[in-house]
Design a protein around this ligand. Structure first.
Ligand SMILES: NC(=O)c1ccc[n+]([C@@H]2O[C@H](COP(=O)([O-])OP(=O)(O)OC[C@H]3O[C@@H](n4cnc5c(N)ncnc54)[C@H](OP(=O)(O)O)[C@@H]3O)[C@@H](O)[C@H]2O)c1
Length: 276
């Protein structure tokens, strides 16, 4: 578990997608550092349960914001819900993957995911980035993915969206340096969260065992504290990302995704409903 400096990144952090997986683990590790937390997602009950648990365990304050980030007024609502708080850190983590043959996927669902996976990062980094620039310290951590390093057949929108997040964060890392604000892109490989199973993967048959959220997040927070532009957690993930030629990586992802969607018993639309 990585602890980060309260006087640099506190007193409050906003975490999107805090109701499960990587976002939930960010909440746990930041709470252990003593940061107060704004927990954002659609599932209110999960957020309330997590908030109460972290308040009991660490004596921190939490504010729960039930929000669908794909709605038109999402930024306005989040801005209003956090106006009175001194925010030192944004963890822009919420994301979703639609896996399947491109043309078999629902077009409106693809557009919603694009909005979540791309526009939300732009909106939140602009909004909280302006607040952090004014106070002259703090951090923005954007969660991308190693899928953003090349095209990903059968998850084409997802991979392309993550390429956007990677590029956005890399650029902002340079721009925000002069304002004293850390910007880090965390690009995990396969990580053990509900996203893996909901997308149809069987962790037992994946070529590499998914990483724990604990390792993924503690590496991410260490990279943020050190103000690294991009961090891929896990030695093997880093090795693959640097050694594999892009075209080979695309075909490797394509094979893995094709096998997954062929084997899975639940069609994409039902998977999508399970995620909502
Ligand atoms: N797991 C992996 O292998 C992996 C690898 C690389 C990158 N990532 C990235 O890591 C991030 C977290 O994913 P995860 O693996 O932790 O998956 P997860 O457990 O499914 O978590 C996704 C989070 O995003 C939230 N979310 C989804 N749609 C939303 C919406 N419309 N509005 C608000 N919140 C929404 C979900 O909350 P609600 O459902 O309650 O709204 C949930 O808290 C994502 O950006 C993902 O792309 C994951």
């Amino acid at each position: 578990m990585k602890r980060i400096a309260l006087n640099t990144f506190g007193p409050w952090a906003v975490i999107t997608g805090a109701s499960s997986g990587i976002g939930e683990e960010f909440a746990r590790q930041l709470a252990a550092s003593g940061l107060h937390l704004v927990l954002v997602a659609r599932r209110l009950k999960a957020l309330n349960t997590l908030g109460s648990e972290l308040t009991r365990a660490y004596g921190i304050s939490t504010r729960v914001v039930e929000l669908d980030l794909t709605t038109n007024d999402a930024l306005e609502k989040l801005s209003e819900a956090t106006r009175d708080l001194d925010i030192g850190l944004l963890i822009s983590n919420a994301g979703a993957m639609l896996a399947g043959d491109f043309l078999s996927l629902d077009y409106e669902a693809l557009r919603r995911d694009l909005r979540l996976n791309v526009q939300t990062h732009l909106d939140l980094t602009y909004h909280f980035g302006s607040r952090l620039a004014q106070r002259g310290h703090g951090g923005l951590l954007l969660v991308a993915s190693t899928t953003g390093l090349q095209g990903v057949p059968f998850a084409a929108e997802y991979g392309a969206a993550k390429a956007y997040v990677l590029s956005l964060g890399e650029a902002l890392h340079v721009e925000f340096q002069r304002m004293g604000v850390h910007v880090t892109v965390l690009s995990p490989g396969a990580t053990d969260t509900p996203m893996i199973t909901v997308s149809g993967f069987d962790p037992a048959t994946m070529p590499m065992k998914p990483m724990t959220t604990r390792q993924c997040v503690s590496e991410g927070l260490a990279a943020l504290a050190a103000n690294r532009a991009v961090h891929i957690p896990g030695y093997f993930n880093r090795l693959l990302a640097t050694m594999l030629p892009r075209s080979l990586a695309t075909s490797m992802y394509g094979n893995m995704m094709r096998q997954t969607i062929t084997k899975r018993s639940v069609p994409p639309k039902d998977i999508l409903q399970a995620m909502r």
